[in-house]
Design a protein around this ligand. Sequence first.
Ligand code: CU
Length: 210
Amino acid sequence: MTRNRAGDGRDSLPTFSRRQTLRAAGAAAVGTATALAGCSTGEAGSDATPTDGETGGTGESNGTRTGAPTESAEGAQTETTEGAQTESAETETPDEEWESWFGPTDNYDGFADRTGEAEVTVMVGADGIEGPHAYEPTAIRVSPGTTVVWEWTGAGGTHDVIAEDGSFESELVADEGHTFERTFDETGTTKYFCTPHRAMGMRGGVVVEE
Ligand SMILES: [Cu+2]
């Protein structure tokens, strides 16, 4: 009941952040349910609170207010806090930057190693993000001189391939079999995205390395 109410209240948020928030809310709800063990006081309290933007804060205050006697609840809170602090402390590593770039990208699972290949194909409009709105593979490592060929599947409407740094941009098309290619001669990193689906996570990355 509580989750449904909270979900209705978030309908105005962008799709990806609502999903992430719900994920976090789900985790918090599980933790709270365990700690409270059926205590209805805490749930009534959160229902009466109009702000649902800070689920974590609500969960913590519930645990504190009801004085949940279990040591495990405190332990869980400590771990969560430490983890968050560690992540935010490392602000300028490349990994952190990529994690941020691919935050809403459901099919991101690290960089596929395609080094040593002269030509690499990336499908445009692959299944992965609320239907066919993904690049696949969405992140690749290649060697200098590699030609990356983006090939449209024809699914998911119109897509394009736009470098965030402005170094290249494809046509915006929906045609199955359409291709766009670029040869990466220099080492470095390039983020790119699909204009219509960038917000939902249709984003890609190319790392060129020796
Ligand atoms: Cu797209």
